[in-house]
Design a protein around this ligand. Structure first.
Ligand SMILES: Cc1cc2nc3c(=O)[nH]c(=O)nc-3n(C[C@H](O)[C@H](O)[C@H](O)COP(=O)(O)O)c2cc1C
Length: 187
């Protein structure tokens, strides 16, 4: 089973990386596991030209999104991992998601779909604001719809700026790790 982690933090050694690494620890050297640090890629903003909704659904841009598209297409499980910025996913990740408009057009308007995938969402927030993850959840819903993915589980850890990872967080991280391992072994 191919696992793809799309990592949206600008900090490669920050809080979100720490949680993602704890969860994917056992896979990091597997050739079946690929992590893409989106902040390292050059992905143009979607211009809304709608060219990807006609003909052979080509985007006007040839950039690193081609690599992301190919990686998503090949994956059996996609992990979105992002910190919360202004109550949403980072803009780094959102630029990538907007470019999935092509996949949305292919699927929703033309019934052309990638193979079915499983999805996991991991996010960290600095505050304890109960609304922190709402926008991320909503955007992710349409991202996974576009890539033909079904979200299996979400792990949201808040108050990261005011506390160390606590017992409850550790339990949730362990559960997510076990789920990933089970999905990997069963497929
Ligand atoms: C630009 C920016 C905006 C942020 N906005 C929020 C926010 O709206 N709500 C929140 O709880 N934390 C917010 N934070 C805090 C981060 O979500 C938190 O520190 C996160 O764990 C950082 O993860 P990282 O180390 O992977 O970047 C923000 C941080 C930055 C840099």
């Amino acid at each position: 089973m191919k696992i793809l982690a799309l990592f949206g933090s600008p900090k490669l050694k920050g809080n979100t990386n720490k949680i993602l690494e704890m969860i994917t620890d056992e896979f990091k050297d597997e050739k079946e596991y690929k992590r893409i640090n989106l902040s390292k890629l050059k992905i143009n903003h979607c211009m809304g030209c709608n060219k990807c909704n006609v003909g052979n659904f080509e985007c006007i841009y040839k950039d690193d999104m081609d690599y992301v598209n190919k990686s998503i297409e090949e994956a059996d499980l996609v992990i979105l991992a992002t910190p919360i910025h202004f109550n949403s996913m980072t803009s780094i990740m959102k630029v990538m998601v907007d470019r999935c408009q092509r996949l949305y057009n292919m699927k929703v308007n033309n019934n052309i779909v990638f193979k079915e995938k499983k999805g996991i969402i991991i996010a960290t927030a600095g505050s304890s604001n109960s609304e922190s993850f709402a926008a991320l959840e909503n955007i992710s819903k349409y991202f996974f719809l576009s890539i033909n993915g079904k979200v299996e589980r979400k792990l949201f850890i808040n108050s990261m700026d005011n506390k160390e990872i606590n017992e409850n967080d550790l339990k949730n991280i362990e559960n997510m790790k076990n789920l990933l391992y089970t999905l990997y072994k069963d497929n």
